[in-house]
Design a binder for this molecule. Structure first.
Ligand SMILES: [Zn+2]
Length: 235
């Protein structure tokens, strides 16, 4: 009899211990699950992409500013690209500029001048840091200047067309800073612009090779050119 009582007491103690253990470990599991679903943890795991994405935004901004560091060539640039944007196909019949002597896809963006600028000196500023590559008098442009810059890690040449050639100050090989004045727009309908209205033709050509074509005849050839307005210069 005594043995049976002792066994029962022992069994009760064991049972109690088992219940206690079960309860205790259950709580531990719960707390483990809680910590898995924990909102702080979720927040921190949701936060993890946020710093990443903001740092990649920062990186984009840095890319943009190094890619850019690009600045408009003229003040109030946003109000100027009104007639011939990049890629427009013009003919003497359909051109927004009359009279028109060109036919083809426009390889650059044209920056118009305002009425009060027609008889004023209008300085053109380099749109990027780079190296001065060319100045000459060319048919269709009058004075033209070419600067080599880096865009997205690759070389491009920047064509500044319709300058007064006599005012182009840098020499070939000079280092150029974004915003630096490089010359004045040629007088409208004069030899300085080869007969064109007073405006700036700005072209971005891919690569380091110099190509000052203002128009290409095949749309596919536009792929060798970049719309300058994608890079901060028309703002
Ligand atoms: Zn043009």
């Amino acid at each position: 009899m005594k043995k049976i009582i002792i066994i029962i007491i022992f069994a009760v103690i064991l049972l109690g211990a088992a219940v206690f253990y079960n309860e205790f470990s259950h709580k531990q599991n719960n707390s483990g699950m809680n910590s898995g679903n924990n909102s702080p943890q979720n927040t921190s795991s949701q936060n993890a992409p946020t710093p990443n994405s903001s740092s990649s935004q920062n990186q984009n901004a840095q890319n943009n500013s190094s890619q850019n560091g690009f600045v408009p060539p003229l003040p109030d640039a946003a109000a100027r690209v009104t007639k011939k944007p990049f890629g427009i196909y013009v003919t003497p019949q359909n051109s927004p500029v009359q009279p028109e002597r060109f036919t083809g896809y426009h390889t650059g963006a044209d920056f118009e001048t305002f009425p009060n600028e027609q008889n004023a000196t209008v300085a053109v500023h380099a749109v990027c840091n780079g190296t001065f590559r060319l100045k000459e008098y060319a048919s269709g442009y009058g004075g033209v200047a070419v600067e080599q810059c880096t865009l997205n890690g690759s070389p491009i040449t920047v064509i500044y067309g319709h300058l007064n050639a006599a005012t182009i100050t840098p020499n070939v090989g000079d280092k150029i800073s974004a915003g630096q004045a490089i010359g004045d727009l040629g007088k409208g309908y004069s030899v300085q612009t080869d007969g064109e209205r007073k405006h700036l033709h700005l072209g971005f050509h891919k690569g380091a090779a110099i190509n000052i074509l203002g128009y290409v005849q095949n749309k596919a050839d536009l792929a060798q050119w970049i719309d300058p307005c994608l890079y901060n210069v028309c703002k």
